[in-house]
Structures are given as C-alpha cells and as structure tokens.
Design a protein around this ligand. Structure first.
Ligand SMILES: [Fe+2]
Length: 176
C-alpha cells in the first residue's frame, strides 16, 4: 500500500505481527511429548519402509513371486503412512524429522542388512520390525490419550491395526 506524503511516496507496511501462538487445547509440554513420540514413530515407519522395499528388490528363491508382490503391498502402505504421521507433528507445532541422520538416531529398528538375507530371514526381520513399530505406537498412546489428543490417538490406533495385522500375516509364513 502506498501513500503520498509531502510529495514523496512512502510504503506503509501492512500489519504482519507473526502467527499467533498455537492454542488447540493441548498444553505446550504435552504437544512436545506427543511430537517426540510421533517423531520416533515416523523414523520407525520410514526405516521399515526402506527395509521392506530393499527386500522387494533383493528377495530370491522359490517364494520369489509371493514375497516380491507381498513386500510391494507392504512398502506402499508404509510409504503412504509416513505423511500423516509427519503432518500430525506439524499440526502440533513441531518440526518433522526428515533426514537419514535424524531417522537413524530416532528409530528403534536396525538398518537393513548390507548383504540381503535368505527369503525367510527377510520375513523374520519384517515380523520383528512391524512389532517394534507397534511397540513405539503403543508407548505413545497413553500420552496422547491423557492429553485428549484424539487425532493422534486415532492415527496410532490405525497404525497399530496395520502393524499387528502385517506381523501376523508375515509370521504365518514362518509357521508350520
Ligand atoms: Fe518393484
């Protein structure tokens, strides 16, 4: 906006004032604790995504067709899951981690083995991975619940359902 004054043109700054403080009814301490837990869940989910995609590429043996296709379904689901987790962290007013260094420091999962293991060992690693992500999600649940953070509780419930069901399906491949 410009205004004429004494023959010169001056720019009048529009009020900016910065964004107002977050006020969604969850206190700062709880928002921080939940964001930290969600960051661990994000790192776990991303790490499991990458391991599953790795196994999709590198699986060999008589179960190739079954596992190659099954791993594709699983890594696609995990890939789609990272975005809502990261965006929930942002909605709580915190920054979402998004680098290999941050994920490596935050995740409870081991990195994928450098040398691809045998097919059923891949399945074993993924069972343990899905169970580890479920434990991370479950640990956060009472924190979100106590803070009346329903969107996070809902997200955690959805992630728990997927990880526990996937662990069961993978585990079934290992049972007689
Ligand atoms: Fe592929």
């Amino acid at each position: 906006m410009a205004k004429k004054k004494s023959g010169t043109t001056q720019l009048i700054a529009l009020p900016t004032g910065g964004a107002p403080a977050i006020n969604i009814g969850i206190n700062d301490k709880d928002r921080e604790a939940i964001a930290k837990g969600l960051s661990r869940l994000l790192a776990d989910t991303y790490t499991l995504y990458l391991t599953t995609h790795n196994f999709h590429w590198n699986v060999t043996g008589p179960m190739f067709n079954t596992l190659h296709a099954m791993f594709m379904g699983q890594y696609t689901e995990l890939w789609n899951a990272v975005d809502p987790v990261a965006e929930r962290i942002r909605s709580l007013g915190h920054k979402a981690p998004g680098s290999y260094a941050q994920f490596g420091a935050l995740t409870s999962l081991a990195d994928a083995p450098t040398e691809p293991p045998a097919a059923l060992e891949m399945v074993r690693i993924l069972v343990k991975g899905h169970e580890a992500v479920a434990r991370t999600a479950r640990e956060l649940f009472p924190v979100a619940d106590k803070a009346s953070d329903e969107p996070t509780a809902d997200l955690l419930t959805q992630r728990l359902t997927v990880h526990e069901q996937t662990a069961w399906m993978l585990r079934s491949l290992l049972e007689e």
